[in-house]
Design a protein around this ligand. Structure first.
Ligand code: S3P
Length: 192
């Protein structure tokens, strides 16, 4: 069996037991959508940012200012790997920048159903406001958001199983779209 077909088999097998990972830019709603989704699906929710803060007993801003972005990305990647290894079927809210590392994109694709909550830069600029607590938006938050959206769109796209455009959606509507997307993935896989 080739590596590609083995990966294909992994991805098509046991969808119902796979983690459900939410990816997308800061402010796209991963945390709130993840919480409601987990409640409705009776799954555990793992918010990687919250876990980082609690494990290191330090705010994300302090992690960046004391240790730098590269240290933060290492810590984030280690936690993501841990979360993906945990008992299957969790809802995981993945920090917006985790996809910059190829190994994280690969691990997500291998071990989760991945949903990109996509928002336009305009929506994200409004939702992130002054960018307080978000070191990646320091300086000029609107300009940083525009740059990051351009840099990351391709990375989110190549990692996601499907995309939801969230600009006009409430949290409840977004959750319903995620559930519909997962049902449709399952139907396609079981039909194979
Ligand atoms: C980041 C996103 C944040 C947090 C950190 C860096 C990014 O998570 O991990 O501030 O690079 O996009 P959220 O997307 O959950 O806000």
């Amino acid at each position: 069996m080739t590596a590609a077909s083995s990966s294909q088999e992994n991805r098509s097998g046991q969808l119902r037991h796979r983690h459900l990972a939410l990816i997308g830019m800061m402010g796209c709603g991963k945390t709130t959508v993840g919480r409601l989704l987990a409640t409705q699906l009776d799954r555990t929710v793992v918010d990687l940012d919250a876990r980082l803060v609690s494990n290191h007993n330090m705010s994300i801003s302090d992690m960046f200012s004391l240790h730098g972005e590269s240290w933060f990305r290492d810590a984030e990647s280690a936690l993501l790997v841990d979360a993906l290894r945990e008992t299957s079927g969790e809802v995981i809210s993945v920090g917006g920048g985790a996809v910059v590392r190829a190994e994280n994109r690969h691990a997500l694709r291998e071990q989760a159903i991945v949903v990109w909550l996509r928002a336009t830069a305009e929506t994200l600029i409004v939702r992130n406001g002054t960018g307080a607590g978000r070191p990646m938006l320091a300086g000029d938050p609107a300009a940083r958001i525009r740059t990051l959206v351009l840099e990351r769109a391709g990375l989110y796209a190549q990692t996601a199983d499907f995309v939801i455009d969230v600009d006009e959606l409430s949290v409840a509507q977004t959750v319903e779209c995620v559930r519909a997307g997962v049902r449709s993935l399952e139907a396609n896989h079981w039909a194979m």
